[in-house]
Design a protein around this ligand. Structure first.
Ligand SMILES: [Zn+2]
Length: 360
């Protein structure tokens, strides 16, 4: 099997390949149609494939495109696992649920956010007591300028430089990417209510996971860390169940934002926290694979540009097309070696997750 051929040029191709590979593996497929269309008028949906017994008590949940554009990567990893036949070697009593494109709108439109301009993985806070994120407000005018040009870029560099000099580089990354609830026209905005993708995720959890005793959740991401490296990020601390299980399953390379060992900042409003709350009698072991692409500054800059483009710019203009190419590349390098690294690491992690579940 060629790992490279498991990746796709757009959402529609990814969806076709995923459904075909899942059907060939004998999976039970179900679609959750999305209310909007893709840029080519194509239908959008979240597709779910289940492999193994519906009554399995140990379930491995593998999800792609939580952050839309990152679905180029996650879809390829899921398809590589299916086409590679790893499902034939699942330990007894372990079922797998593959969620393809939980944010199909973002995938199709090459955006990290949902159609509501919301970061899905910040869209699970307590909506009655939203986290306050004052540091983000300070820099929002530079993140979302009136015009996207050299002058606004220079102003942004200056403001960010001053912030870093005062608070440090990780504080700036946390202010930008940690999640914010005050600026609907900003980036890493967590929303004020559940998005379509949030509600769909909950439906999927209720349908596929409510009978499980132990759920392992692997969420596929890109954009942080060294090129092609798949960092395994676990929320929590040493000594806390999930973090310790992740270390036991995947080895000591597991990192944690709370422990300060991850390339990721500390985040709020996470999907995995909602998953654990939804399944109070189930052990939940969540990990994110974060595949590096390009330097963090470039990745963040591409997100600011894309946010500006969709709210204030013109998608059909030369600048609009350049910004879309930029964000696509920032989250999906589209290089053969990168895809091979992604697929290999994903298959190894999925195998370890299944083994960890079986032994639990
Ligand atoms: Zn992500």
């Amino acid at each position: 099997m060629s790992a490279v051929s498991c990746f796709s040029k757009d959402y529609a191709e990814a969806r076709r390949k995923f459904r075909a590979a899942a059907a060939k593996a004998g999976a039970i497929l179900k679609s959750y149609p999305h209310p909007e269309k893709g840029p080519g008028g194509e239908d959008l949906a979240t597709d779910v494939a289940r492999i193994g017994s519906p009554s399995a008590k140990r379930v491995l949940l593998i999800q792609s495109a939580t952050h839309g554009v990152e679905g180029f990567c996650g879809s390829g990893a899921q398809i590589a696992w299916l086409r590679g036949g790893d499902w034939k070697r699942l330990p007894k009593g372990v079922a797998v649920v593959l969620v393809h494109a939980i944010n199909p709108f973002g995938f199709a439109w090459v955006r990290r956010v949902t159609q509501e301009n919301v970061d899905l993985n910040r869209n699970f806070p307590d909506f009655r007591a939203l986290p306050k994120r004052p540091a983000y407000g300070e820099i929002q005018p530079f993140i979302f300028p009136e015009r996207w040009d050299e002058a606004s870029s220079a102003a942004r560099r200056k403001a960010f430089g001053a912030f870093v000099a005062k608070h440090g580089a990780m504080a700036l990354q946390e202010a930008i990417s940690g999640g914010q609830y005050g600026h609907a026209d900003g980036i890493f905005y967590g929303g004020h209510e559940p998005t379509w993708s949030h509600r769909t995720f909950k439906e999927i959890v209720a349908r596929y996971l409510s009978k499980a005793r132990h759920v392992a959740f692997v969420d596929l991401h890109t954009g942080l860390g060294p090129y092609g490296h798949g960092e395994l990020i676990s929320m929590g601390w040493p000594g806390i169940g999930q973090y310790d299980r992740n270390c036991a399953w995947y080895g000591q390379a597991v990192t944690s934002p709370e422990a300060g060992s991850s390339t990721s900042a500390k985040l709020v409003g996470l999907m995995e926290q909602a998953l654990a709350k939804m399944l109070p009698d189930t052990t939940v072991t969540s990990v994110a694979i974060e595949y590096g692409t390009f330097p963090t500054e470039e990745v963040l800059e591409s997100l600011m540009a894309d946010n500006w483009l969709h709210l204030r710019g013109d998608l059909a203009s030369p600048l609009g097309r350049a910004i879309k190419a930029r964000i696509r590349r920032a989250f999906y390098p589209d290089e053969d070696d990168w895809k091979e690294l992604v697929a290999l690491k994903a298959r190894l992690v999925f195998r370890r997750a299944a083994a960890g579940l079986a032994a639990s």
